[in-house]
Design a binder for this molecule. Structure first.
Ligand code: AMP
Length: 571
Protein backbone atom coordinates (compact mmCIF):
# COMPACT_ATOMS: atom_id res chain seq x y z
CA UNK A 1 0.00 0.00 0.00
CA UNK A 2 1.50 3.31 -1.10
CA UNK A 3 1.71 6.31 1.16
CA UNK A 4 -0.01 9.51 0.20
CA UNK A 5 3.34 11.15 0.70
CA UNK A 6 4.73 9.28 -2.30
CA UNK A 7 1.89 10.61 -4.44
CA UNK A 8 2.42 14.13 -3.11
CA UNK A 9 6.14 13.87 -3.95
CA UNK A 10 5.20 12.85 -7.46
CA UNK A 11 2.87 15.87 -7.73
CA UNK A 12 5.67 18.08 -6.49
CA UNK A 13 7.98 16.81 -9.21
CA UNK A 14 5.29 17.03 -11.90
CA UNK A 15 4.68 20.64 -11.00
CA UNK A 16 8.24 21.45 -12.00
CA UNK A 17 8.27 19.65 -15.36
CA UNK A 18 7.08 21.53 -18.42
CA UNK A 19 7.77 18.97 -21.17
CA UNK A 20 4.62 17.02 -22.02
CA UNK A 21 6.38 13.70 -22.67
CA UNK A 22 8.52 13.93 -19.58
CA UNK A 23 5.49 14.66 -17.43
CA UNK A 24 3.47 11.82 -18.94
CA UNK A 25 6.31 9.32 -18.51
CA UNK A 26 6.89 10.34 -14.91
CA UNK A 27 3.21 9.84 -14.11
CA UNK A 28 3.21 6.52 -15.99
CA UNK A 29 6.25 5.35 -14.04
CA UNK A 30 4.41 5.95 -10.80
CA UNK A 31 1.10 4.36 -11.86
CA UNK A 32 2.84 1.29 -13.21
CA UNK A 33 3.91 0.27 -9.71
CA UNK A 34 0.52 0.54 -8.07
CA UNK A 35 -2.15 -2.05 -7.36
CA UNK A 36 -5.15 -1.63 -9.73
CA UNK A 37 -7.31 -0.19 -6.93
CA UNK A 38 -4.62 2.31 -6.11
CA UNK A 39 -4.33 3.28 -9.77
CA UNK A 40 -8.00 4.15 -9.63
CA UNK A 41 -7.57 6.45 -6.64
CA UNK A 42 -4.32 8.00 -7.87
CA UNK A 43 -5.86 8.78 -11.27
CA UNK A 44 -8.78 10.62 -9.70
CA UNK A 45 -6.55 12.53 -7.30
CA UNK A 46 -4.15 13.57 -10.06
CA UNK A 47 -7.09 15.29 -11.71
CA UNK A 48 -8.08 16.80 -8.38
CA UNK A 49 -11.23 14.73 -7.99
CA UNK A 50 -12.56 11.63 -6.23
CA UNK A 51 -14.85 10.09 -8.81
CA UNK A 52 -16.09 9.80 -12.36
CA UNK A 53 -16.75 12.86 -14.46
CA UNK A 54 -20.50 12.39 -14.32
CA UNK A 55 -20.71 11.75 -10.57
CA UNK A 56 -21.29 14.42 -7.99
CA UNK A 57 -17.79 14.80 -6.61
CA UNK A 58 -18.11 18.30 -5.22
CA UNK A 59 -16.62 18.25 -1.73
CA UNK A 60 -18.59 21.33 -0.73
CA UNK A 61 -15.64 23.15 0.79
CA UNK A 62 -15.34 26.81 -0.09
CA UNK A 63 -12.27 28.99 0.58
CA UNK A 64 -13.46 30.19 3.99
CA UNK A 65 -14.19 26.69 5.25
CA UNK A 66 -10.78 25.50 4.15
CA UNK A 67 -9.14 28.36 6.06
CA UNK A 68 -11.14 27.40 9.12
CA UNK A 69 -9.97 23.80 8.81
CA UNK A 70 -6.35 24.92 8.46
CA UNK A 71 -6.78 27.05 11.60
CA UNK A 72 -8.12 24.06 13.51
CA UNK A 73 -5.49 21.67 12.25
CA UNK A 74 -2.50 23.81 13.21
CA UNK A 75 -4.05 25.83 15.99
CA UNK A 76 -3.44 29.07 14.15
CA UNK A 77 -5.52 32.23 14.07
CA UNK A 78 -7.48 32.69 10.85
CA UNK A 79 -6.22 36.24 10.65
CA UNK A 80 -2.66 35.01 10.37
CA UNK A 81 -3.61 32.42 7.75
CA UNK A 82 -5.41 35.05 5.71
CA UNK A 83 -2.40 37.32 5.89
CA UNK A 84 -0.09 34.56 4.69
CA UNK A 85 -2.58 33.71 1.95
CA UNK A 86 -2.58 37.30 0.75
CA UNK A 87 1.16 37.17 0.48
CA UNK A 88 1.59 33.70 -0.99
CA UNK A 89 -1.55 33.45 -3.09
CA UNK A 90 -2.18 29.74 -2.56
CA UNK A 91 -3.57 28.06 0.53
CA UNK A 92 -1.66 24.85 -0.25
CA UNK A 93 1.62 26.76 -0.10
CA UNK A 94 0.52 28.37 3.17
CA UNK A 95 -0.22 24.97 4.69
CA UNK A 96 3.13 23.62 3.58
CA UNK A 97 4.80 26.50 5.37
CA UNK A 98 2.85 26.17 8.61
CA UNK A 99 3.02 22.38 8.85
CA UNK A 100 6.21 21.12 10.42
CA UNK A 101 5.70 17.39 9.99
CA UNK A 102 8.09 16.04 7.37
CA UNK A 103 7.00 12.42 7.38
CA UNK A 104 3.69 10.62 7.38
CA UNK A 105 2.58 7.01 6.86
CA UNK A 106 -0.98 7.87 5.89
CA UNK A 107 -1.94 5.88 2.79
CA UNK A 108 -3.51 7.01 -0.48
CA UNK A 109 -6.54 4.93 0.48
CA UNK A 110 -6.94 6.67 3.83
CA UNK A 111 -6.78 10.13 2.28
CA UNK A 112 -9.20 9.08 -0.42
CA UNK A 113 -11.73 7.68 2.07
CA UNK A 114 -11.53 10.83 4.17
CA UNK A 115 -12.23 12.96 1.10
CA UNK A 116 -15.18 10.71 0.30
CA UNK A 117 -16.49 11.24 3.83
CA UNK A 118 -16.16 15.01 3.36
CA UNK A 119 -18.12 14.76 0.13
CA UNK A 120 -20.86 12.64 1.68
CA UNK A 121 -21.41 14.83 4.75
CA UNK A 122 -24.68 16.61 4.08
CA UNK A 123 -27.58 18.24 5.87
CA UNK A 124 -27.55 19.99 9.20
CA UNK A 125 -24.14 20.38 10.80
CA UNK A 126 -22.41 19.10 7.68
CA UNK A 127 -20.17 22.17 7.34
CA UNK A 128 -18.69 21.56 10.79
CA UNK A 129 -18.30 17.88 10.00
CA UNK A 130 -16.47 18.60 6.74
CA UNK A 131 -14.14 21.02 8.50
CA UNK A 132 -13.44 18.51 11.26
CA UNK A 133 -12.55 15.70 8.84
CA UNK A 134 -10.36 17.99 6.76
CA UNK A 135 -8.55 19.36 9.83
CA UNK A 136 -7.86 15.81 11.03
CA UNK A 137 -6.56 14.83 7.62
CA UNK A 138 -4.23 17.83 7.35
CA UNK A 139 -2.79 17.09 10.77
CA UNK A 140 -1.89 13.53 9.76
CA UNK A 141 -0.71 14.07 6.21
CA UNK A 142 2.70 15.71 6.67
CA UNK A 143 3.58 19.04 5.10
CA UNK A 144 3.81 17.95 1.49
CA UNK A 145 0.70 15.79 1.71
CA UNK A 146 -1.25 18.56 3.44
CA UNK A 147 -0.30 21.01 0.70
CA UNK A 148 -1.82 18.86 -2.02
CA UNK A 149 -4.84 17.82 0.02
CA UNK A 150 -5.61 21.52 0.46
CA UNK A 151 -5.32 22.10 -3.26
CA UNK A 152 -7.46 19.08 -4.14
CA UNK A 153 -10.13 20.19 -1.70
CA UNK A 154 -10.19 23.63 -3.30
CA UNK A 155 -10.27 22.15 -6.79
CA UNK A 156 -6.95 23.61 -7.95
CA UNK A 157 -4.20 20.99 -8.20
CA UNK A 158 -2.04 23.27 -10.33
CA UNK A 159 -0.29 20.31 -11.89
CA UNK A 160 -1.27 21.30 -15.40
CA UNK A 161 -2.45 17.77 -16.11
CA UNK A 162 -5.71 17.07 -17.89
CA UNK A 163 -7.59 13.92 -18.82
CA UNK A 164 -5.70 13.55 -22.08
CA UNK A 165 -2.34 13.29 -20.35
CA UNK A 166 -3.66 10.80 -17.82
CA UNK A 167 -5.05 8.63 -20.64
CA UNK A 168 -1.72 8.86 -22.44
CA UNK A 169 0.09 7.86 -19.26
CA UNK A 170 -2.19 4.79 -18.97
CA UNK A 171 -1.11 3.80 -22.48
CA UNK A 172 2.55 4.04 -21.50
CA UNK A 173 2.14 2.43 -18.07
CA UNK A 174 -0.14 -0.48 -18.90
CA UNK A 175 0.50 -1.23 -22.58
CA UNK A 176 4.06 0.03 -22.90
CA UNK A 177 3.11 2.07 -25.97
CA UNK A 178 1.77 5.61 -26.20
CA UNK A 179 0.41 4.58 -29.63
CA UNK A 180 -2.47 2.84 -27.83
CA UNK A 181 -3.77 6.12 -26.47
CA UNK A 182 -6.49 6.38 -29.12
CA UNK A 183 -7.95 2.99 -28.18
CA UNK A 184 -7.89 4.01 -24.53
CA UNK A 185 -9.48 7.35 -25.35
CA UNK A 186 -12.27 5.57 -27.25
CA UNK A 187 -13.01 3.54 -24.12
CA UNK A 188 -12.91 6.67 -22.01
CA UNK A 189 -15.39 8.43 -24.29
CA UNK A 190 -17.81 5.61 -23.53
CA UNK A 191 -17.29 5.23 -19.77
CA UNK A 192 -16.14 8.68 -18.62
CA UNK A 193 -14.66 7.19 -15.50
CA UNK A 194 -10.91 7.68 -15.54
CA UNK A 195 -10.35 5.79 -12.29
CA UNK A 196 -12.34 2.76 -13.30
CA UNK A 197 -10.64 2.67 -16.72
CA UNK A 198 -7.15 3.02 -15.20
CA UNK A 199 -7.88 0.25 -12.72
CA UNK A 200 -9.08 -2.17 -15.37
CA UNK A 201 -6.16 -1.40 -17.69
CA UNK A 202 -3.78 -2.04 -14.79
CA UNK A 203 -5.48 -5.35 -14.14
CA UNK A 204 -6.19 -6.67 -17.64
CA UNK A 205 -4.20 -4.56 -20.10
CA UNK A 206 -5.40 -3.15 -23.40
CA UNK A 207 -8.03 -5.84 -24.02
CA UNK A 208 -10.15 -4.36 -21.23
CA UNK A 209 -10.35 -1.02 -23.08
CA UNK A 210 -12.10 -2.71 -25.97
CA UNK A 211 -14.84 -4.09 -23.75
CA UNK A 212 -16.42 -0.79 -22.78
CA UNK A 213 -19.87 -0.07 -24.10
CA UNK A 214 -22.86 2.02 -23.17
CA UNK A 215 -24.50 1.42 -19.78
CA UNK A 216 -27.80 2.91 -18.65
CA UNK A 217 -27.19 5.71 -16.14
CA UNK A 218 -23.60 6.28 -17.25
CA UNK A 219 -23.39 8.96 -19.96
CA UNK A 220 -21.18 8.60 -23.03
CA UNK A 221 -19.47 11.66 -24.50
CA UNK A 222 -21.66 13.22 -27.18
CA UNK A 223 -20.65 12.83 -30.81
CA UNK A 224 -19.57 16.11 -32.44
CA UNK A 225 -19.61 17.62 -35.91
CA UNK A 226 -16.87 18.86 -38.23
CA UNK A 227 -17.15 22.11 -40.10
CA UNK A 228 -16.58 22.92 -43.76
CA UNK A 229 -15.74 26.25 -45.36
CA UNK A 230 -17.49 25.78 -48.65
CA UNK A 231 -20.83 24.19 -49.16
CA UNK A 232 -19.39 22.11 -52.01
CA UNK A 233 -17.03 20.48 -49.49
CA UNK A 234 -20.02 18.75 -47.96
CA UNK A 235 -20.51 16.71 -51.11
CA UNK A 236 -16.87 15.78 -51.20
CA UNK A 237 -16.97 14.55 -47.63
CA UNK A 238 -20.29 12.75 -47.68
CA UNK A 239 -19.67 10.51 -50.70
CA UNK A 240 -23.16 9.05 -50.93
CA UNK A 241 -25.91 9.95 -53.38
CA UNK A 242 -28.35 10.47 -50.61
CA UNK A 243 -27.84 13.24 -48.10
CA UNK A 244 -29.56 13.71 -44.76
CA UNK A 245 -29.60 17.21 -43.30
CA UNK A 246 -31.05 18.03 -39.90
CA UNK A 247 -31.92 21.39 -38.45
CA UNK A 248 -29.15 22.66 -36.16
CA UNK A 249 -30.53 23.95 -32.88
CA UNK A 250 -28.58 26.38 -30.75
CA UNK A 251 -29.38 25.22 -27.26
CA UNK A 252 -28.03 22.79 -24.73
CA UNK A 253 -27.00 19.27 -25.68
CA UNK A 254 -28.72 16.63 -23.62
CA UNK A 255 -28.46 12.86 -23.25
CA UNK A 256 -31.59 11.29 -21.80
CA UNK A 257 -31.26 7.99 -19.95
CA UNK A 258 -34.64 6.34 -19.39
CA UNK A 259 -35.06 3.35 -17.12
CA UNK A 260 -38.77 2.66 -16.61
CA UNK A 261 -40.28 5.78 -15.04
CA UNK A 262 -36.92 7.18 -14.10
CA UNK A 263 -35.24 9.59 -16.51
CA UNK A 264 -31.87 11.28 -16.05
CA UNK A 265 -30.82 14.19 -18.27
CA UNK A 266 -27.05 14.60 -18.70
CA UNK A 267 -25.48 17.78 -20.08
CA UNK A 268 -22.68 17.97 -22.62
CA UNK A 269 -20.32 18.21 -19.64
CA UNK A 270 -21.98 15.02 -18.36
CA UNK A 271 -23.55 16.71 -15.36
CA UNK A 272 -26.94 15.54 -14.21
CA UNK A 273 -29.22 18.44 -15.20
CA UNK A 274 -32.51 16.63 -14.52
CA UNK A 275 -33.45 19.06 -11.75
CA UNK A 276 -33.00 22.05 -14.06
CA UNK A 277 -35.40 20.68 -16.63
CA UNK A 278 -38.17 18.88 -14.72
CA UNK A 279 -40.65 19.24 -17.59
CA UNK A 280 -38.29 17.46 -19.99
CA UNK A 281 -37.75 14.62 -17.55
CA UNK A 282 -41.50 14.27 -16.91
CA UNK A 283 -42.36 14.41 -20.59
CA UNK A 284 -39.61 11.96 -21.52
CA UNK A 285 -40.93 9.40 -19.03
CA UNK A 286 -44.32 9.54 -20.77
CA UNK A 287 -43.45 10.14 -24.41
CA UNK A 288 -40.62 7.66 -24.86
CA UNK A 289 -42.29 4.36 -25.52
CA UNK A 290 -39.27 2.15 -24.73
CA UNK A 291 -38.71 0.92 -21.16
CA UNK A 292 -34.98 1.52 -21.42
CA UNK A 293 -33.39 4.03 -23.76
CA UNK A 294 -30.54 6.48 -24.19
CA UNK A 295 -31.38 9.33 -26.54
CA UNK A 296 -29.41 12.30 -27.80
CA UNK A 297 -30.86 15.74 -28.45
CA UNK A 298 -30.78 19.46 -27.92
CA UNK A 299 -32.86 21.42 -25.39
CA UNK A 300 -34.00 24.83 -26.60
CA UNK A 301 -36.08 27.64 -25.16
CA UNK A 302 -39.42 27.14 -26.93
CA UNK A 303 -42.59 29.17 -26.78
CA UNK A 304 -45.73 29.17 -28.92
CA UNK A 305 -44.12 26.90 -31.46
CA UNK A 306 -41.06 29.11 -31.77
CA UNK A 307 -37.43 28.39 -30.91
CA UNK A 308 -35.87 31.15 -28.81
CA UNK A 309 -32.19 32.21 -28.71
CA UNK A 310 -29.51 30.39 -26.72
CA UNK A 311 -29.10 33.33 -24.29
CA UNK A 312 -32.68 32.88 -23.16
CA UNK A 313 -32.13 29.22 -22.38
CA UNK A 314 -29.10 30.07 -20.26
CA UNK A 315 -31.46 31.60 -17.67
CA UNK A 316 -32.61 28.05 -17.01
CA UNK A 317 -29.12 27.11 -15.80
CA UNK A 318 -29.97 27.61 -12.17
CA UNK A 319 -30.28 25.83 -8.85
CA UNK A 320 -33.00 28.07 -7.39
CA UNK A 321 -36.36 29.40 -8.55
CA UNK A 322 -36.68 26.50 -10.94
CA UNK A 323 -40.49 26.50 -10.82
CA UNK A 324 -40.67 30.22 -11.54
CA UNK A 325 -38.32 29.98 -14.50
CA UNK A 326 -40.08 26.90 -15.78
CA UNK A 327 -43.10 29.14 -16.34
CA UNK A 328 -41.07 32.08 -17.58
CA UNK A 329 -38.88 30.29 -20.09
CA UNK A 330 -40.53 27.12 -21.39
CA UNK A 331 -38.29 24.59 -23.12
CA UNK A 332 -38.56 21.66 -25.49
CA UNK A 333 -36.11 18.99 -26.58
CA UNK A 334 -35.41 18.07 -30.19
CA UNK A 335 -34.20 14.47 -30.27
CA UNK A 336 -31.90 13.39 -33.07
CA UNK A 337 -30.35 10.07 -32.06
CA UNK A 338 -30.97 6.82 -30.22
CA UNK A 339 -27.87 5.03 -28.96
CA UNK A 340 -29.35 2.40 -26.67
CA UNK A 341 -32.75 0.74 -26.63
CA UNK A 342 -34.08 -2.09 -24.43
CA UNK A 343 -30.72 -3.29 -23.20
CA UNK A 344 -28.92 -3.11 -26.55
CA UNK A 345 -26.28 -0.62 -27.61
CA UNK A 346 -26.91 0.99 -31.00
CA UNK A 347 -23.50 2.69 -31.11
CA UNK A 348 -22.33 0.48 -33.98
CA UNK A 349 -25.54 0.74 -36.02
CA UNK A 350 -25.63 3.18 -38.95
CA UNK A 351 -27.42 6.52 -38.55
CA UNK A 352 -30.44 5.66 -40.76
CA UNK A 353 -31.21 2.66 -38.57
CA UNK A 354 -30.76 4.62 -35.34
CA UNK A 355 -33.02 7.36 -36.63
CA UNK A 356 -35.69 4.82 -37.60
CA UNK A 357 -35.54 3.25 -34.13
CA UNK A 358 -35.77 6.71 -32.59
CA UNK A 359 -38.86 7.60 -34.61
CA UNK A 360 -40.50 4.34 -33.53
CA UNK A 361 -40.20 5.00 -29.81
CA UNK A 362 -41.08 8.70 -29.69
CA UNK A 363 -44.55 10.05 -29.27
CA UNK A 364 -43.92 13.71 -30.17
CA UNK A 365 -45.50 16.31 -27.89
CA UNK A 366 -45.18 19.94 -26.86
CA UNK A 367 -41.93 19.20 -25.05
CA UNK A 368 -40.53 16.17 -26.86
CA UNK A 369 -39.86 16.55 -30.54
CA UNK A 370 -37.99 14.87 -33.33
CA UNK A 371 -35.29 16.91 -35.06
CA UNK A 372 -36.72 18.00 -38.40
CA UNK A 373 -34.73 16.98 -41.44
CA UNK A 374 -34.53 16.68 -45.19
CA UNK A 375 -33.29 13.55 -46.90
CA UNK A 376 -32.64 13.89 -50.60
CA UNK A 377 -30.41 12.89 -53.49
CA UNK A 378 -30.73 16.39 -54.92
CA UNK A 379 -28.18 18.76 -53.38
CA UNK A 380 -30.22 21.77 -54.50
CA UNK A 381 -32.94 20.57 -52.16
CA UNK A 382 -30.48 20.38 -49.27
CA UNK A 383 -29.34 23.92 -50.04
CA UNK A 384 -32.97 25.03 -50.07
CA UNK A 385 -33.49 23.34 -46.70
CA UNK A 386 -30.47 25.23 -45.30
CA UNK A 387 -31.88 28.51 -46.57
CA UNK A 388 -35.23 27.79 -44.97
CA UNK A 389 -33.53 26.96 -41.66
CA UNK A 390 -31.66 30.27 -41.67
CA UNK A 391 -34.78 32.20 -42.59
CA UNK A 392 -36.52 30.48 -39.70
CA UNK A 393 -33.88 31.82 -37.30
CA UNK A 394 -31.87 28.61 -36.86
CA UNK A 395 -28.08 28.37 -36.75
CA UNK A 396 -27.77 26.17 -39.78
CA UNK A 397 -27.86 22.46 -40.55
CA UNK A 398 -26.02 19.30 -39.60
CA UNK A 399 -25.47 16.95 -42.48
CA UNK A 400 -25.32 13.34 -41.34
CA UNK A 401 -23.75 10.51 -43.24
CA UNK A 402 -26.17 7.77 -44.24
CA UNK A 403 -23.36 5.39 -45.25
CA UNK A 404 -23.07 1.89 -43.78
CA UNK A 405 -20.19 3.04 -41.63
CA UNK A 406 -22.17 5.93 -40.08
CA UNK A 407 -21.84 4.67 -36.52
CA UNK A 408 -22.21 6.83 -33.40
CA UNK A 409 -18.73 7.90 -32.31
CA UNK A 410 -18.77 9.12 -28.70
CA UNK A 411 -16.66 12.23 -28.16
CA UNK A 412 -15.41 12.30 -31.75
CA UNK A 413 -15.48 15.24 -34.12
CA UNK A 414 -15.42 13.26 -37.35
CA UNK A 415 -16.74 13.65 -40.87
CA UNK A 416 -19.86 11.58 -40.24
CA UNK A 417 -21.56 14.75 -39.02
CA UNK A 418 -20.86 18.05 -40.77
CA UNK A 419 -22.13 21.39 -39.58
CA UNK A 420 -22.93 24.17 -41.99
CA UNK A 421 -23.73 27.45 -40.31
CA UNK A 422 -24.99 30.81 -41.42
CA UNK A 423 -21.71 32.50 -40.44
CA UNK A 424 -19.75 30.29 -42.82
CA UNK A 425 -22.12 31.10 -45.63
CA UNK A 426 -21.67 34.81 -45.05
CA UNK A 427 -17.95 34.83 -45.79
CA UNK A 428 -14.88 34.23 -43.73
CA UNK A 429 -16.63 34.66 -40.40
CA UNK A 430 -16.56 31.79 -38.03
CA UNK A 431 -17.22 31.16 -34.36
CA UNK A 432 -14.76 29.60 -31.94
CA UNK A 433 -15.15 28.28 -28.41
CA UNK A 434 -12.18 29.64 -26.51
CA UNK A 435 -10.90 29.50 -22.95
CA UNK A 436 -10.23 32.69 -21.01
CA UNK A 437 -6.74 32.57 -19.50
CA UNK A 438 -6.06 36.25 -18.86
CA UNK A 439 -7.52 39.73 -18.75
CA UNK A 440 -6.33 43.30 -19.17
CA UNK A 441 -7.57 46.21 -17.08
CA UNK A 442 -10.00 48.52 -18.85
CA UNK A 443 -9.42 52.19 -19.48
CA UNK A 444 -11.81 55.13 -19.99
CA UNK A 445 -15.41 53.97 -19.89
CA UNK A 446 -14.20 50.44 -19.05
CA UNK A 447 -12.27 51.57 -15.98
CA UNK A 448 -12.86 49.21 -13.08
CA UNK A 449 -13.71 46.38 -15.49
CA UNK A 450 -11.64 44.31 -17.85
CA UNK A 451 -10.81 45.93 -21.16
CA UNK A 452 -10.10 42.71 -23.04
CA UNK A 453 -9.91 38.97 -22.43
CA UNK A 454 -6.97 36.83 -23.51
CA UNK A 455 -8.45 33.70 -25.06
CA UNK A 456 -6.86 30.36 -25.85
CA UNK A 457 -7.56 27.34 -28.01
CA UNK A 458 -6.93 23.76 -26.87
CA UNK A 459 -3.87 21.84 -28.01
CA UNK A 460 -5.17 18.32 -27.45
CA UNK A 461 -1.92 16.55 -28.36
CA UNK A 462 -0.02 18.50 -25.73
CA UNK A 463 -3.01 18.82 -23.37
CA UNK A 464 -2.48 22.56 -22.97
CA UNK A 465 -4.00 25.95 -23.84
CA UNK A 466 -2.40 28.31 -26.34
CA UNK A 467 -3.44 31.92 -26.86
CA UNK A 468 -5.28 32.70 -30.09
CA UNK A 469 -6.83 36.12 -29.67
CA UNK A 470 -7.41 39.09 -27.42
CA UNK A 471 -11.10 39.93 -27.32
CA UNK A 472 -11.92 43.55 -26.60
CA UNK A 473 -15.30 44.05 -28.26
CA UNK A 474 -18.77 42.58 -28.57
CA UNK A 475 -19.61 42.91 -24.85
CA UNK A 476 -22.87 44.38 -23.61
CA UNK A 477 -22.84 46.33 -20.33
CA UNK A 478 -24.38 43.46 -18.43
CA UNK A 479 -21.70 41.04 -19.64
CA UNK A 480 -18.93 42.67 -17.59
CA UNK A 481 -20.15 41.88 -14.06
CA UNK A 482 -21.30 38.42 -15.14
CA UNK A 483 -17.99 37.48 -16.75
CA UNK A 484 -15.98 38.99 -13.89
CA UNK A 485 -17.97 37.02 -11.33
CA UNK A 486 -17.36 33.79 -13.23
CA UNK A 487 -13.65 34.50 -13.68
CA UNK A 488 -13.02 35.31 -10.04
CA UNK A 489 -12.79 31.72 -8.96
CA UNK A 490 -10.24 30.89 -11.65
CA UNK A 491 -7.87 33.71 -10.77
CA UNK A 492 -4.24 32.64 -10.13
CA UNK A 493 -1.04 34.54 -9.45
CA UNK A 494 1.18 32.80 -11.95
CA UNK A 495 0.38 31.48 -15.41
CA UNK A 496 -0.61 27.81 -14.84
CA UNK A 497 1.74 25.14 -16.25
CA UNK A 498 -0.73 24.12 -18.96
CA UNK A 499 -1.02 27.51 -20.65
CA UNK A 500 1.34 29.14 -23.11
CA UNK A 501 1.43 32.95 -23.25
CA UNK A 502 3.96 35.01 -25.23
CA UNK A 503 5.78 37.72 -23.27
CA UNK A 504 4.26 40.42 -25.45
CA UNK A 505 0.74 39.36 -24.47
CA UNK A 506 1.25 39.16 -20.71
CA UNK A 507 -2.13 39.98 -19.15
CA UNK A 508 -2.78 41.92 -15.93
CA UNK A 509 -4.59 38.95 -14.40
CA UNK A 510 -4.05 35.24 -15.08
CA UNK A 511 -6.76 32.59 -14.91
CA UNK A 512 -6.48 28.83 -14.85
CA UNK A 513 -8.42 27.34 -17.79
CA UNK A 514 -12.07 27.20 -16.69
CA UNK A 515 -14.35 29.60 -18.50
CA UNK A 516 -15.31 29.00 -22.14
CA UNK A 517 -16.59 31.82 -24.35
CA UNK A 518 -17.88 31.87 -27.91
CA UNK A 519 -16.02 34.31 -30.13
CA UNK A 520 -16.77 35.41 -33.68
CA UNK A 521 -13.77 36.25 -35.83
CA UNK A 522 -13.01 37.51 -39.30
CA UNK A 523 -9.91 35.62 -40.33
CA UNK A 524 -6.87 33.75 -39.12
CA UNK A 525 -3.37 35.12 -39.54
CA UNK A 526 0.01 34.45 -37.95
CA UNK A 527 1.46 36.57 -35.20
CA UNK A 528 4.41 36.59 -32.84
CA UNK A 529 2.01 37.65 -30.08
CA UNK A 530 0.12 34.35 -29.95
CA UNK A 531 1.17 30.81 -29.17
CA UNK A 532 -1.63 28.82 -30.87
CA UNK A 533 0.00 26.06 -32.93
CA UNK A 534 3.30 27.92 -32.77
CA UNK A 535 5.80 27.20 -35.47
CA UNK A 536 9.09 28.96 -34.79
CA UNK A 537 8.23 32.30 -33.25
CA UNK A 538 4.82 32.68 -34.87
CA UNK A 539 1.49 31.38 -33.73
CA UNK A 540 -1.99 31.50 -35.23
CA UNK A 541 -4.16 34.49 -34.37
CA UNK A 542 -7.79 35.38 -34.86
CA UNK A 543 -8.34 38.86 -36.24
CA UNK A 544 -11.23 41.20 -35.40
CA UNK A 545 -12.66 39.01 -32.67
CA UNK A 546 -16.03 39.77 -31.08
CA UNK A 547 -17.45 38.24 -27.93
CA UNK A 548 -20.69 36.37 -28.65
CA UNK A 549 -21.67 34.58 -25.42
CA UNK A 550 -20.57 32.58 -22.42
CA UNK A 551 -20.56 28.82 -22.97
CA UNK A 552 -21.05 27.32 -19.52
CA UNK A 553 -22.13 24.10 -21.21
CA UNK A 554 -18.58 23.52 -22.44
CA UNK A 555 -15.48 22.45 -20.53
CA UNK A 556 -12.04 23.89 -21.34
CA UNK A 557 -11.07 20.74 -23.23
CA UNK A 558 -14.23 21.09 -25.35
CA UNK A 559 -12.77 24.34 -26.74
CA UNK A 560 -11.87 24.66 -30.41
CA UNK A 561 -8.64 22.74 -30.96
CA UNK A 562 -5.45 23.85 -32.68
CA UNK A 563 -6.02 21.09 -35.22
CA UNK A 564 -9.45 22.51 -36.11
CA UNK A 565 -8.04 26.03 -36.41
CA UNK A 566 -5.32 24.77 -38.75
CA UNK A 567 -7.85 23.03 -40.94
CA UNK A 568 -10.03 26.17 -41.08
CA UNK A 569 -7.01 28.28 -42.00
CA UNK A 570 -5.89 25.93 -44.73
CA UNK A 571 -9.45 25.71 -46.07
P1 AMP B 1 -20.97 23.27 -32.32
O1 AMP B 1 -21.32 23.40 -30.85
O2 AMP B 1 -21.03 24.54 -33.08
O3 AMP B 1 -19.72 22.45 -32.53
O4 AMP B 1 -22.13 22.40 -32.99
C1 AMP B 1 -22.38 21.09 -32.63
C2 AMP B 1 -23.52 21.05 -31.66
O5 AMP B 1 -24.75 21.34 -32.28
C3 AMP B 1 -23.78 19.70 -31.07
O6 AMP B 1 -22.90 19.41 -30.01
C4 AMP B 1 -25.23 19.79 -30.59
O7 AMP B 1 -25.24 20.29 -29.27
C5 AMP B 1 -25.82 20.84 -31.50
N1 AMP B 1 -26.88 20.34 -32.39
C6 AMP B 1 -27.99 21.05 -32.71
N2 AMP B 1 -28.77 20.40 -33.55
C7 AMP B 1 -28.18 19.21 -33.79
C8 AMP B 1 -28.52 18.07 -34.61
N3 AMP B 1 -29.63 18.04 -35.35
N4 AMP B 1 -27.66 17.02 -34.61
C9 AMP B 1 -26.53 17.05 -33.90
N5 AMP B 1 -26.15 18.09 -33.10
C10 AMP B 1 -26.97 19.17 -33.06
Amino acid sequence: MKTFRSLASLFSELEEISSYNEKRDKLAGFLENLEPKEVKRAAYLTLGTIGADYEDTDLGIAGKMAIQAVGEAYDEKEKKINKMLDKMGDLGDVVQKIDSKTSSRISIKEVFSALQRIQRASGEGSQGKKIEILAGLLKDAGKLGAKFITRIVLGKTRLGIGEQMVLDSFAVAFTGDSGNKDTIEDAYNKCNDIGELGGSLAENGLSSAKRYSIVLGRPVKPMLAQRVDKVSDILERVQTDEIAAEEKYDGERVQLHKDGDKVIAFSRRLNDISRQFPEIVEAAAKQIKAEKAVLDGEIVAYENGEIKPFQKLMHRRRKHDIEKYREKIPVAVFLFDAIYIEGKSLLKKPYPERRKRLEKIIRPSKRIKLARRKVSTDFQEIKGFFKKCIEGGLEGIIVKSVAKKSVYQPGKRGWLWIKWKKEYAEGMQDTFDLVVIGSYHGKGSRKGHFGALLCAAYNKEKDRFETFTKVGSGYKDKDFPEIEKKLKKHKVREPPPNVRIADAMKPDIFYEPGLVVEVLGANITTSTGHTAGRDGDKGLALRFPRFVSLRPDKKPDDATTIKEIRSIKNG
